[in-house]
Design a protein around this ligand. Structure first.
Ligand code: UDP
Ligand code: MN
Length: 274
């Protein structure tokens, strides 16, 4: 292992508001719990409060302010039923963190359950297959190399080509369009980005490989923080129809209650609970 990788490699996440920032806090805590040796960076936009930035600063090595980048692709986004996803174009700012030599981007709705530092041995662009269309990668977890040039290329590509789903995943898949065929080394095992509904789509595999799961991803409009939590029994109530696994939700809430909630500004917590 080369010198300085602890300083030059980072996990990067993103929040455009205080609610997603709660996800970043759980994600960051989960990375600390599994003993990562790498840096933690979080990108925030103007929608994240001062108080929340302070909270993030206590956990992440770096809190970086970025501008919201709108895909201006309202039509496609509405088709997808997720107009909120336009902010995910903001994700591309992660390529501008050139103080790092290599990074792993992780969505704010992911949770690390086992150490994943080995990801930094992979090349750009490495990602796991999307459960809905496995010839596309899921953009909730990916290995990349920061570069201003790549950032500019992505933006001009976005302007000329657009994204087939109106979000970052469609665009990244068109840009890194050799991912499916070129190099199997860039295919991360599914265990690095297990959608929390996987138990439903392939239960026997879920049971067989459960112990190998390293990262859980709570995709969809309903996130762990939308669920009700009973403080007396210390259990989360699964919302019907979301498909999120009860076990994974409970893992998320355990970390939230143990590591995040005790340090949270009470006013912030009250105002952000849905
Ligand atoms: N995000 C954000 N604010 C939003 C929507 C998304 O900060 O209003 C960021 C956040 O890091 C989130 C990522 O963009 O995890 C991708 O969005 P999301 O996870 O909701 O999409 P999904 O994984 O459900 O497709
Ligand atoms: Mn996500």
């Amino acid at each position: 292992m080369g010198e300085g990788r602890e300083q030059n490699e980072a996990f990067v996440t993103l929040a455009t508001n205080d609610t997603y920032a709660l996800g970043c806090l759980v994600l960051g805590s989960s990375l600390r719990r599994v003993g990562t040796t790498r840096q933690l960076a979080v990108m925030v936009t103007s929608g994240v409060s001062q108080s929340m930035r302070q909270q993030l600063g206590g956990l992440f090595n770096q809190v970086v302010e970025v501008n919201v980048l709108d895909s201006s692709d309202t039509c496609n986004l509405e088709l997808l039923g997720r107009p909120d996803l336009s902010v995910t174009f903001t994700k591309f700012h992660c390529w501008r963190l050139t103080q790092y030599q290599k990074c792993v981007f992780m969505d704010a709705d992911t949770l690390v359950v086992q150490n994943v530092d080995e990801l930094f041995d992979r090349e750009e662009l490495s990602a796991a297959p999307d459960a809905g269309w496995p010839d596309c990668f899921n953009s909730g977890v990916f290995v990349y190399v920061p570069s201003e040039q790549t950032y500019r290329n992505l933006l001009s590509f976005a302007v000329t080509g657009g994204s087939f789903d109106g979000g970052d995943q469609g665009l990244l898949n068109l840009y890194f369009n050799k991912w499916a065929t070129e190099d199997i080394g860039k295919h991360l095992p599914f265990t690095f980005n297990v959608v929390s509904q996987a138990f439903y789509s392939y239960l026997p595999a879920f049971k067989q490989f459960y112990d190998n799961i390293k990262v859980v991803h709570f995709i969809g409009a309903v996130k762990p923080w939308h669920h009700a939590y009973n403080t007396a029994s210390r259990t989360v109530t699964q919302l019907p129809g979301t498909g999120h696994s009860q076990q994974f939700l409970q893992m998320w809430w355990n970390i939230f209650m143990d590591s995040v909630q005790p340090n949270l500004d009470p006013q912030l917590y009250e105002s952000e609970r849905v």
